[in-house]
Design a protein around this ligand. Sequence first.
Ligand SMILES: [Fe+2]
Ligand SMILES: [Fe+2]
Length: 269
Amino acid sequence: MSKFTIVVDNLTARDLAVEHGFALVVDCAAGRFLFDTGAGAALLPNLAALGIPAGSLRRVIFSHGHFDHTGGLAALAAVEPELQIYAAPGLTCRRYSRHPGQKPYELTMPVASRQALGNPARLQEIATFQEILPQVFLTGPIPRISGEDCGGPFFLSESGPEQDFLSDEQALLLGDGTLVQGCCHSGIINTLEYCRRCAPQIRIRTVIGGLHLLHASPERLRRTVEYLQKLDLQELILGHCTGAAAIEYFQEHLHYPVRLARSGEIYEC
Ligand SMILES: [Fe+2]
Ligand SMILES: [Fe+2]
């Protein structure tokens, strides 16, 4: 059993700082990890309020390069310079969301966090699914293999045609059955299928994190539920970019608990 403390989220269960972002502390048999760092301002105050010393966080896993997951690195590195960072290739590339009729919105990892990556020896690039410590697995880039409708308005420049497929996105899978997500831009069906293919020995029971279903079509939600119903899952703990409508839909249609992840909550699973 491992322990998961939600440090930063869009919502809080206590009187913690809130922001559009996500950060989670994982305590498992192999040690302690920080999974994502939030957008920046909330990380250190929330760690202090939760009684987690920033200096106890020596390992940081990045789910992907978006600013709301990487912006807290600069503040953390200033307190704890001896960080080991795990990220899939492409973490720092420029990226934007572009909605028709609106200005492009930059989502790149903030400059201060890019500078804090500093010494390349600090960064371990995860290019393929691998076990980084006993029973701690990182997916590396997640192939979009299931036909899941998980596109988005993401581009690699302000005006060019090149789409951003978030190839730097990865998830954390623990041997005792929990899958941890940041935004899950690659799609939850693709991610679960990839994990089941790469680590068939692990029975995935819990999914924690954001599923980026804020603007999902009714058809996508229906297909996602149809898929999730077939799996032997026990619990979903969903926050950040999942979207209230998607969480309600899952609560209505899945036969196992679907909880709202908010900062300040601690789960053991
Ligand atoms: Fe996000
Ligand atoms: Fe994201």
